[in-house]
Design a protein around this ligand. Structure first.
Ligand code: MN
Length: 299
């Protein structure tokens, strides 16, 4: 099943012949704050299967061209991200102009958190902060959406906690400031265009990712090259904190990261999961004295 968010907190099932609105089944009216409709739908999904099937069978079809897609999860409890999770990306960080040696890997470093408020959707631009001396990089990542929550989930049972997958961009200002600050500007975590439920992905260890900027291929990889694989990401994160339905895990970026500037168009495509193209615009907000020092780069 493919689930989308649209038009101010509505939830839909994307079908070949259109989108069926299932907002009412989530129990969260469109337009409510906080926008937790998808989180509630995921939490109650097993009990809603029959009602969703009924809606899919006889609900009116909406024309996707008439809708404005939004981030499929807008208010997760956590937005977890793994750094340095593809060997080739680690090597490029070591050998690039980056002075800091990134000898760490996700397997030894663990994960970090991005601000939930950095989430944006497939219809939203990536708005660059006004930091003219800094490189702002794209990172192409597979998003894992948690279904059933839990603490201390063993890797053997981890895949049963995956609700689905989505495309995610982990945008980042390169520098040595705290990572959470460099990665948490508004619109620095585009998510979408949909959640594809786990039953539709035959081999999560063989998902292909690609990212293009203005049509030029910049990143290409497969989840088979992950250092910390999907079950271990869930085991590690849940060893620290209780995972909740709707939590998102950004699984790390492969080699080929690079800068974007206003006017670029970034396209992320993930096999079986979806594709979205996002315009990059130069914003006017974001300056602060904290950034006013000679650039010193890190991962
Ligand atoms: Mn990343």
């Amino acid at each position: 099943m493919k689930l989308v968010g649209f038009d101010g907190g509505r939830i839909g099932v994307a079908l070949e012949d259109g989108i069926v609105d299932i907002t009412a089944l989530s129990g969260v009216p469109a337009g409510s704050w906080p926008p937790v409709g998808m989180v509630r739908l995921i939490a109650g999904f097993d009990g809603l299967r029959d009602a969703i099937a009924q809606a899919v069978s006889d609900g009116p079809r909406l024309d996707p061209a008439q809708l404005r897609l939004e981030a499929p999860v807008q208010w997760p409890n956590k937005l977890i991200a793994y750094p340095a999770n593809y060997q080739a990306h680690i090597e490029e960080q070591i050998t690039s102009k980056v002075g800091l040696i990134s000898t760490f890997k996700a397997s030894g470093q663990g994960f970090f958190l991005k601000a939930n408020s950095s989430l944006s959707g497939p219809s939203d631009p990536i708005v660059l902060p006004a930091l003219p001396d800094r490189d702002i990089h794209h990172e192409c990542e597979l998003a894992i959406v948690i279904g059933k929550g839990g603490r201390d989930i063993p890797r053997e049972r981890a895949m049963a906690h995956v609700f689905g997958y989505s495309c995610l961009l982990d945008m980042v200002v390169r520098g040595r400031e705290e990572r959470v600050m460099r990665k948490s500007f508004d619109s620095f975590c585009p998510l979408g265009p949909q959640i594809v439920t786990a039953d539709e992905i035959a081999d999560p260890a063989g998902i292909e990712l690609e990212l293009r900027v203005n049509g030029t291929l910049r990143q290409k990889a497969s989840t088979r090259d992950l250092i910390v694989d999907i079950p271990e990401m869930i085991a590690m994160a849940s060893s620290v904190m209780t995972l909740c339905p709707g939590d998102i895990i950004a699984s790390g970026t492969p080699a080929g990261v690079g800068p974007v500037v206003g006017g670029d168009v970034v396209t992320i495509s993930i096999s079986g999961v979806g594709e979205m193209s996002l315009p990059v615009v130069q914003g006017t907000a974001g300056s602060h004295s904290v950034w006013d020092k000679p650039e010193a780069l890190s991962a």
